[in-house]
Design a protein around this ligand. Structure first.
Ligand code: ATP
Ligand code: MG
Length: 353
């Protein structure tokens, strides 16, 4: 093979092999050498890669077809999916063709496909449950409850709850997709967290009372302003404080506290701490996944969709902030929100006189 061709093949990031008419490897590019350290020139290709699909495709090309592809799973450190593209290589000096094989790692595409599939399955399931309940109630109302005023009112209230749940789910899904679309652009307004935290806390004080939860507010209007979007930050604290109230059980204390930034730090912290039952540490990394709930039944009974923390995460990514979750089973949880402090932009150019 010409030196210039070797040079080009070595520059490719895809692993590439050339296999001669005797089924032996005649060239391995740099990327393939790094991935398959045991491969060597002169080795039978099938000794290195024994996948039947790949060998069959190789035979097709060496027997005269110009191209072939094969989707294979190779056992590397973990099983990895590859799309192998094979092309016939005719050299003037050789009576029989060789074959060039390139290996494209397509695991990430398959993972994305799997995630899309899970997401559609989750959404359908979450929408179907309230819909099934609604059809059941309609049937009952058309049947034996038609003339029972008390039962009718009870069923109508339950139907209204189910309809609210569906509306909330659709609203949350739309919020998430809008956030993901706008994630690259950070908000730039000045936001007064004192106003937001006060209004969210007072709107949730009724829920706290009904759950016999003491809501402690450890912040004042001396907090620095942050850079953000007031509606989105309201959504963040609404969900975190509501979660702390919903999931920590009667008699717990929920504290919302401002932690001043350390000297020279650009982010401040608002923590929402509860004295509830806490979360198993193995579950913590999954909490911000869409639809992930530690206890599905309990969350559903509380009207939850399992999208709250996913929305929080995406809002904070857009704000160039982050969420830190720490928890101890039996002791409680802390959800700490870090947000960038608002800084006046310095003019980079002198204003013309
Ligand atoms: N403070 C907390 N203490 C214990 N568990 C919590 C706490 N906050 C969240 N969780 C767990 O994390 C799960 C995910 O929370 P998330 O806010 O995403 O969904 P949700 O509250 O179930 O529904 P939604 O927020 O959409 O109404 C909850 O179902 C609950 O199991
Ligand atoms: Mg929630």
């Amino acid at each position: 093979m010409k030196k210039s061709v070797r040079y080009i093949l070595n520059g490719l990031t895809l692993p590439v092999f050339v296999v001669d008419p005797n089924r032996k490897i005649s060239f391995i590019n740099k990327s393939a050498k790094m991935r398959y350290t045991e491969a060597y020139s002169g080795q039978l290709f099938s000794e290195l890669i024994s996948s039947k699909k790949c060998i069959d495709a190789l035979e097709t090309v060496l027997n005269g077809e110009p191209n072939a592809t094969a989707n294979v799973i190779l056992q590397e450190v973990v099983p990895t999916s590859f799309r192998v593209s094979l092309s016939r290589l005719d050299a003037d000096s050789e009576p029989l063709p060789s074959c060039v094989l390139s290996f494209e790692d397509v695991s990430h595409i398959q993972e994305a496909e799997q995630m899309r599939h899970d997401f559609v399955a989750n959404v359908s399931h979450e929408l179907r449950s309230p819909l099934t309940a609604l059809s059941g109630f309609v049937e009952t109302l058309q049947g034996n409850a038609a003339n029972d005023k008390e039962a009718r009112e009870r069923f109508l209230e339950m139907m209204s709850n189910e309809a609210d749940r569906m509306a909330r789910l659709i609203g949350d899904l739309l919020s998430l997709s809008k956030l993901q679309a706008s994630e690259r652009v950070a908000p730039t307004e000045q936001v007064d967290l004192f106003k937001i935290l006060s209004s969210v806390s007072s709107s949730l004080s009724g829920l706290a009372e009904r759950n016999s939860i003491k809501l402690k507010l450890n912040f004042s209007n001396f907090m620095p302003l942050v850079t953000g979007n007031a509606d989105e930050l309201t959504q963040v604290f609404q969900n975190l404080i509501e979660n702390a109230i919903k999931y920590s059980g009667n008699g717990s204390v929920v504290s919302v506290s401002f932690k001043p930034p350390k000297e020279g730090k650009s982010h401040l912290c608002i923590s929402i701490e509860d004295t509830g039952e806490g979360i198993d540490p193995t579950q913590i990394p999954r909490l911000t996944e869409r639809f992930y709930r530690v206890d599905k039944g309990r969350s559903r009974a509380q009207g939850g969709t399992g999208l709250g923390l996913a929305i929080v995460k995406h809002i904070l990514i857009r704000h160039r902030g982050w969420l830190k979750i720490s928890s101890q089973l039996g002791k409680g949880s802390i959800f700490a929100v870090y947000l960038p402090i608002f800084a006046e932009k310095k003019l980079s150019q002198a204003t013309p006189a």
